[in-house]
Design a protein around this ligand. Structure first.
Ligand code: GDP
Ligand code: MG
Length: 164
C-alpha cells in the first residue's frame, strides 16, 4: 500500500494551504461515514518519484461535537491510526500556543514519524529565531515553510520522502 501522510494542527495554521500545495488537483472523493464529514481531504502527491497519500485532518469533523478541542483530539487520533508520517503544523506568526502543546501531548503517544512544520515564515533571514521556541515541543528540528508562497516546501518534501 502507498504511504500515507497526515497533516495535523490547530485551526488556521495553514493545513489546507499546505495540503493544496502538496496534492494540487489530485484529490480523491471519499464516501463519508454517517457521523463524520470527510470533505475533499484525501489527495495524492509525488516527490522525486515517490508517491504518497495525503490527508488534511482539519477537514475531518465529527458531528454532534461542538468543542474544538474534541475535534482536534479526534483528528490527531485519526492521523496516528491512519498515517505513516505526520506533519504537525504550527504558526510562526502566532508563536507557540497552549493548543499546540496539547496536540504535542497527543502525538507523543505515537511511534509514527512526526515532522514539525513551522508555517507562515516569509522572511527567511529570521527563520532561526522564529523556529527556536518550537524546539520545546520535542519533535526535533522544526522545518520553516511558507505554504502560501511555496517557500522551502521542497526541503520539507525532501525530509518527508526520506522518512517514507
Ligand atoms: P487550516 O485551518 O489549518 O486549514 O488553515 P488554512 O490553510 O485555511 O489557512 C488559514 C489562513 O492562513 C488563511 O487565511 C491562509 O491564507 C493563511 N496562510 C496559510 N499559509 C500561509 C503562509 O504560508 N503565510 C501566510 N502569511 N499566511 C498563510
Ligand atoms: Mg483547513
Amino acid at each position: 500500500a502507498k504511504t500515507t501522510v497526515a497533516i495535523v494542527g490547530r485551526p488556521n495554521v495553514g493545513k489546507s494551504t499546505l495540503f493544496n500545495r502538496l496534492v494540487g488537483g489530485r484529490r480523491a472523493i471519499v464516501e463519508g461515514e454517517p457521523n463524520v464529514t470527510r470533505d475533499r481531504i484525501y489527495g495524492e502527491s509525488e516527490w522525486t518519484g515517490r508517491k504518497f497519500n495525503v490527508i488534511d485532518t482539519g477537514g475531518i469533523v465529527l458531528h454532534d461535537q461542538d468543542k474544538i478541542k474534541n475535534q482536534i483530539k479526534y483528528q490527531a487520533e485519526l492521523a496516528m491510526e491512519e498515517a505513516d508520517v505526520i506533519l504537525f503544523v504550527v504558526d510562526a506568526r502566532d508563536g507557540l500556543t497552549g493548543v499546540d502543546e496539547e496536540i504535542a501531548q497527543l502525538l507523543y503517544r505515537t511511534n509514527k514519524e512526526v515532522i514539525l512544520v513551522v508555517n507562515k515564515v516569509e522572511d527567511f533571514s529570521h527563520q532561526e529565531e522564529i523556529s527556536w521556541e518550537f524546539y520545546s515541543l520535542g519533535f526535533g528540528d522544526p522545518i520553516p515553510i511558507s505554504a502560501e508562497h511555496g517557500k522551502n516546501t521542497g526541503e520539507l518534501l525532501d525530509v518527508l520522502v526520506s522518512k517514507l
